[in-house]
Design a protein around this ligand. Structure first.
Ligand SMILES: Cc1cc2nc3c(=O)[nH]c(=O)nc-3n(C[C@H](O)[C@H](O)[C@H](O)COP(=O)(O)OP(=O)(O)OC[C@H]3O[C@@H](n4cnc5c(N)ncnc54)[C@H](O)[C@@H]3O)c2cc1C
Length: 467
């Protein structure tokens, strides 16, 4: 008798998607080989991004290629589909997927059926209705944003260096970051450090000409490292001439002027928005139960509440924190939980297939490490507080141990070692974002389209050409 294979669909190829698929392909090795199980991963990019390295990538300490993990190589026993889940009808065990070929085929999205669903689309930047935000600001969640921001900062220094207009120069050299969590603080710390170093190669820009502003709505920054270390970080940043504004909000950033709630107006061409995350929009287009924040309601076993054959973890999931002092708390959206949850999720999924008992996810948050630039950092891990060089060293050692694959570890270590021996990279490769610009210039202006000619003629003649 031929039995149908168990089809497992993983939506998302980030921390949760990649690690869950990795555990599953190990646990189901025999089934995958015999064809009695199939794992499909649907994700928009062919790589997983190791987000904690984005600030170092922005600073030029790590190449963009080494911040990402190629899914096809790591998940060599899974089917990788580069695309996006548009919606999921779990009652019918069907996901509607758009792929890179969808537009060209003109046949519309494809329907993928499955038996077991792992939903892990993570989160996106949580924006507020701040005027000008959508037009002028940039987020800091993807490798494209991190590298784009690096190029942009260096380009602003080039603009400032070549203008005679003091207003243009001031705006170019003012950088506003909104949100004092680790993404915002690390991104600002690394970029300020890089820009201060880079300034030595400009004849007319001094480090003190650069104005860096961190805007945070609450009274503290870096809650992940605890109150004392958060206060230390504020002091450390202020000592570097960074303007840290607590209990302040960005009210608007229209026409390249950042207006703060304390009345300050800052002409600037750079607003970086890192003020929190919200669950991926696809979750609202599923028939799975969501909490008031739009995350999937999960049990401590990482199954979706009240639903069979559906599993979730990471930023997209509301998972009870069994180690919290008070009941009713949920795990915070961070990589520390995401990675550990994937192991329990994969083991429980396989146990459910084999009719074995499931186990609960319980991990007490160990604390956090954050880098504030080269040789500067802050850490609060297992009750131990560290600052300065030891914290920075711990940050690097921890993330080196965590970045997936031996290949990536070796490459990142090699880059750090070389960076220690030679000078820092200070070039902006912003033109990489427009690779055809040079050739378009060489090829000359585009010949006008026939209808353009016709309409031009119509205007010149002063009348419509109907025949
Ligand atoms: C700059 C930065 C620094 C950080 N530093 C730390 C740190 O030091 N320590 C720490 O613990 N945490 C850190 N975090 C947080 C951590 O990276 C996240 O908590 C973690 O990535 C969550 O994993 P996830 O799998 O839920 O989401 P992600 O890793 O974001 O993965 C989600 C995946 O789903 C894909 N996806 C989205 N929508 C769809 C769809 N419709 N269909 C298919 N696929 C989809 C996305 O493209 C992505 O590949 C940092 C985050 C940032 C942005």
């Amino acid at each position: 008798m031929v039995t149908e294979p168990v089809r497992i669909l993983v939506v998302g190829g980030g921390y949760v998607g990649m690690y869950t698929a990795l555990h599953l392909q190990r646990l189901l090795k025999a089934e995958l080989r015999s064809g009695t199980a199939e794992i499909t991963v649907v994700t928009p990019d062919p790589y997983m991004t190791y987000q904690p390295f984005l600030p170092e990538a922005a600073a030029g300490n790590i190449s963009p290629r080494h911040v990402v993990v190629p899914l096809r190589r790591v998940l060599d026993r899974c089917h990788i589909v580069i695309g996006e889940a548009e919606s999921i009808d779990h009652a019918k065990r069907t996901a509607t997927i758009t792929t890179l070929a969808t537009d060209e085929e003109g046949t519309g999205p494809v329907q993928l059926t499955y038996d077991e669903l792992v939903i892990a689309p993570g989160s996106i930047s949580r924006t507020l209705p701040v005027p000008g935000l959508a037009d002028y600001a940039i987020g800091f969640k993807t490798v494209e944003e991190a590298i784009g921001l690096r190029n942009h900062v260096i380009e602003q220094m080039d603009i400032a260096s070549s203008t005679r207009d003091p207003a243009i120069r001031d705006a170019a050299l003012t950088f506003v970051f909104v949100g004092g969590g680790y993404a915002g603080v690390e991104a600002l710390g690394e970029l300020e450090d890089m820009a201060r170093y880079t300034a030595r190669y400009y004849h007319n820009i001094k480090p003190q000409d650069l104005k860096w502003v961190l805007v945070e709505a609450t009274g503290r920054i870096l809650p992940e490292v605890g109150e004392d270390m958060g206060k230390y970080t504020v002091r450390e940043l202020r000592a570097r001439n960074i303007d840290v504004r607590l209990e302040t909000r960005l009210e608007s950033c229209e026409d390249r002027v950042a207006v703060l709630s304390d009345g300050t107006r800052l002409p600037t061409r750079t607003v970086v928005w890192t003020a929190g995350v919200k669950p991926a929009p696809v979750l609202a287009r599923t028939d799975l139960p969501l909490d008031e924040r739009g995350r999937i309601r999960c049990t401590a076993r990482l199954g979706v509440e009240g639903v069979e054959h559906a599993w979730a973890a990471g930023d997209a999931a509301a998972v009870p924190d069994l180690t919290a002092d008070a009941p009713g708390r949920e795990c915070a959206p961070n990589a520390q939980h995401a990675v550990r949850q994937t192991k329990v999720l994969a083991e429980n999924l396989v146990a459910s297939l084999r009719g074995r008992p499931l186990k609960d996810y319980a991990h007490k948050y160990a604390g956090s490490v954050a880098s504030l630039g080269l040789h500067k950092g802050v850490a609060h891990v297992y009750g131990r507080k560290l600052k300065g060089y030891p914290a920075w060293f711990m940050h690097r050692a921890y993330h080196l141990s965590r970045v997936p694959t031996f290949n990536r570890k070796a490459r990142v270590l090699a880059e750090w070692t070389l960076a220690g021996l030679f000078k820092r990279e200070i070039v902006s490769l912003g033109s990489l974002e427009h690779p055809r610009a040079e050739f378009e210039l060489a090829a000359g202006p585009k010949p006008p389209e026939p209808q353009d000619e016709a309409s031009k003629g119509g205007t010149a003649d002063g009348g419509a050409k109907s025949d």
